[in-house]
Design a protein around this ligand. Structure first.
Ligand SMILES: Cc1ncc(COP(=O)(O)O)c(C=O)c1O
Length: 412
């Protein structure tokens, strides 16, 4: 494994060094180049991660669930790869950079406990899930089972299958908060029929932060031969993802949220036994990052995705998860002291992660959201009801939460 120092030196995937002076090096203050190995405690380590972000110091960023900030080391990796590419476009795209891009499939595979042959690099979660819903052979009257709390990125592919194939989409209502695994499984079991062919569920729910117990769900779907798919947009980079342990046939995620990677990056895992069922023009020529059917890719951002995953691996996925949960629980306790709201996120830690959602009882969410934004505090306005969402990634400190809480208290 690369040391933190080596990582920060950046672009270890680039085989031939760029010697031209980097514009970033010329314009960036020296102190922004951070060496993680100097951190003695977790607090120091996560403070160093915060220092790696271009988000101004006085801005509190609590919306990684929508889009994560990339650390300077990731931005530099992309930037250096872009410069290297432009020095010899064809030579690099099908040479050193092309190889480095292809190696990202190995990085992804080891990150989620899959095999390289099972990884397809996509543009985002929506693309991965749409590939499944549009390409899986489904007949008129077949049922797709999901919940009422799924994101549009998953729903769009299902709606496409409904329109083009006449499948029926059934949505299970989950309580907010959902605190009981038995209850989740019971609701799923109660809605499965002989016609259920596909189940799509969020690994981490966008509207509540619920961590779906996939291993338990798979115990129900496997014996029935139902395809099980995880929408992982909110999970990669936030909680441990082990696709074998989850028992899923497919898992799709984005690099630009909790992985803090370049925008418009993502990947789709297709279990090797399941993969032949997805007849898909994008991977018609194989799963390689570049193939005849994929066409030309953005090598720089894909390599940047690899750097973002490396960063998570170096810090430690479990450490990140625990940190995010700790900050979320702190935020939750402080919010409960204020009152005037109902927490919709799960209560027990084993169903929770760094996402905290709540419904305002009297105040109007849009007004609170706007006023917080005016004060440099960025949260998520959840659509549809009167809810707000707080994303506590590893770079969010208790001090940030205190500032949010103080501003929130004054507003409601
Ligand atoms: C659960 C879930 N699925 C899918 C998406 C769509 O992600 P993307 O826009 O990266 O495709 C999101 C985005 O917030 C999400 O939260």
């Amino acid at each position: 494994m690369t040391s933190r120092r080596q990582f920060i030196k950046g672009a270890s995937v680039l085989t031939s060094a760029v010697t031209l002076p980097s514009l970033l090096e010329l314009t960036r203050p020296e102190e922004e180049s951070v060496d993680f190995s100097i951190a003695r405690t977790d607090d120091e380590l996560f403070a160093l991660v915060r220092k790696q972000l271009l988000i101004p110091e006085n801005r509190i960023y609590l919306n990684t669930g929508s889009l994560g900030p990339s650390p300077i080391s990731v931005i530099d990796t992309v930037y250096k790869a872009m410069r290297q590419l432009e020095m010899n476009p064809v030579g690099e795209n099908w040479g050193d950079l092309g190889k480095a891009m292809e190696a990202v499939r190995d990085t992804v595979a080891s990150f989620i406990n899959a095999k390289k042959e099972e990884i397809l690099l996509t543009r985002n979660t929506t693309e991965g899930l749409s590939i499944i819903s549009s390409c899986l052979e489904l007949k008129k009257g077949d049922e797709i089972l999901t919940t009422t709390q799924e994101h549009g990125g998953a729903l769009t592919g299902m709606a496409f299958a409904e329109k083009t194939k006449g499948v029926i989409i059934k949505k299970i209502e989950l309580p907010s908060p959902t605190d009981d695994i038995g209850d989740i499984i019971g609701r799923i079991q109660a809605n499965i029929t002989r016609k259920t062919k596909l189940i799509i569920l969020s690994h981490v729910n966008t509207a509540t932060g619920l961590v779906m117990p996939f291993a338990e769900v798979a115990k129900v779907t496997k014996p029935k031969g139902i395809v099980l798919v995880a929408d992982g947009a909110q999970s990669a980079g936030l909680i441990k993802v082990d696709v074998k342990n989850m028992g899923v046939d497919a898992y799709a995620t984005s690099g630009h949220k909790w992985l803090m990677g370049p925008k418009e990056t993502g990947f789709l895992y297709l279990n090797k036994e399941f993969a032949p069922k997805i007849i898909n023009v994008f991977s018609h020529s194989g799963f390689a990052a570049y193939s005849a059917s994929s066409g030309t890719r953005n090598v720089a951002t894909i390599i940047g995705l690899g750097a973002a995953i490396d960063l998570h691996q170096q810090i430690g996925v479990e450490k990140i998860y625990q940190r995010c949960l700790e900050i979320r629980n702190y935020c939750r306790t402080e919010l409960e002291k204020i009152g005037g709201l109902k927490i919709t996120s799960p209560t027990p830690d084993h169903l929770s992660c760094g996402i905290l959602c709540f419904t305002l009882e009297k105040a109007v969410n849009r007004e609170v959201f706007n006023k917080l934004r005016e004060q440099g505090i960025i949260i998520k306005l959840l659509p549809g009801g009167n809810d707000l969402r707080i994303s506590c990634h590893m770079f969010v400190s208790k001090g940030d939460v205190d500032r949010f809480i103080e501003a929130f208290r004054r507003l409601i």
